[in-house]
Design a protein around this ligand. Structure first.
Ligand code: NAP
Length: 264
């Protein structure tokens, strides 16, 4: 007996590959998605041998609409699916002003549009069955927009907001959703973006295995938002509370007095 199937995007390297290993260790069969079929096949053979679970490589370029449709169809068709983990994503190199808009749009498409389509499709399927879970890999930069490439930051803020908002709809249906906000994590993302990982302070860099262990522990604790590095949880709770206190003041019939437009 397994715990059902987990579909993991971006499973050929980095955080997604670690999720594949850890979820197999927890008894999930896997469908692993990425572009690099050779790497998927190697992971598939090793993980199925080591953990005795079924691992199916599903090669797909998620930025390609035909390939994306194939993965969306899998989410709808596979009755054993219980978990979607969205890890496929790309990072930037440098500032927006120094980047070409086509490259930035490609990143928005993968980090936002593709993740959105997969998340909403899985949400509908799981909600109709009254069970299932979705794990979305965002980033701590969603909480500090001034510190990083603006397009990447905005793409990760989308993932965080989508997850928190969707949780409201999914909870009554018996479906879990979690946003994971890693800080710097040792993966290929830096190489792929042309960034020298050695330029990043090593005390800020977590190993992917430790990051995923913490994220899964956060999932087990029932967290909707997991920040693996954050030791003092009250900092996040205070931040969320302050946001909640803003809410009753954000949509009112009249403009605020400081705008002096005479309606008050
Ligand atoms: N590493 C960090 O410091 C860090 C921090 C915060 C958040 N994150 C987020 O964590 C997620 C995973 O990144 P990572 O650090 O593990 O980087 P990574 O090692 O570069 O992994 C990215 C994965 O996405 C896949 N991928 C990329 N483009 C794809 C496409 N068009 N279609 C299908 N798969 C695609 C890659 O496989 P193929 O090349 O085989 O397609 C690879 O498996 C990303 O969303 C990233 O933004 C990373």
């Amino acid at each position: 007996m397994t715990r059902g199937t987990a579909l993991i995007t971006g499973a050929s390297s980095g955080i997604g590959a670690v999720y594949a290993e850890k979820l197999a260790g927890r008894g999930f069969d896997l469908v692993i998605v990425a572009r690099d079929f050779d790497r998927l096949s190697a992971i598939s053979k090793r993980v199925s041998r080591d953990y005795g679970v079924a691992v199916t490589p599903l090669p797909a370029d998620l930025s390609n609409s035909t390939d994306l449709k194939k993965v969306l169809a899998k989410l709808g068709d596979d009755m054993t699916l219980r978990l979607l983990v969205n890890c496929a994503g790309m990072g930037p190199n440098g500032t927006v002003l120094a980047s070409d808009v086509e490259g930035l749009s490609e990143m928005v498409h993968l980090n936002v549009d593709v993740l959105h389509a997969l998340t909403v499709t899985a949400a509908k399927v799981f909600a109709s069955r009254g069970e299932g879970a979705i794990i979305n890999i965002a980033s701590v930069v969603a909480l500090m927009p001034e510190r990083f490439n603006p397009t990447y930051v905005a793409s990760k803020a989308f993932v965080l907001a989508l997850t928190e908002a969707l949780e409201v709809e999914l909870k009554p249906k018996g479906v879990r959703i979690q946003a994971v906000l890693p800080g710097f994590t040792r993966t290929e993302i830096f190489d792929r973006a042309g960034i020298d990982i050695k330029m990043i302070p090593q005390e800020m860099m977590m190993d992917a295995s430790e990051m995923v262990d913490a994220a899964l522990a956060g999932f087990d604790l029932g967290e909707i938002v997991t920040i693996p590095s954050l030791a003092d949880l009250s900092l996040w709770q205070n931040f969320s509370q302050a946001r909640g206190e803003l809410a009753p003041h954000l949509s009112l019939k009249h403009a605020a007095g400081r705008y002096a437009i005479g309606a008050n």
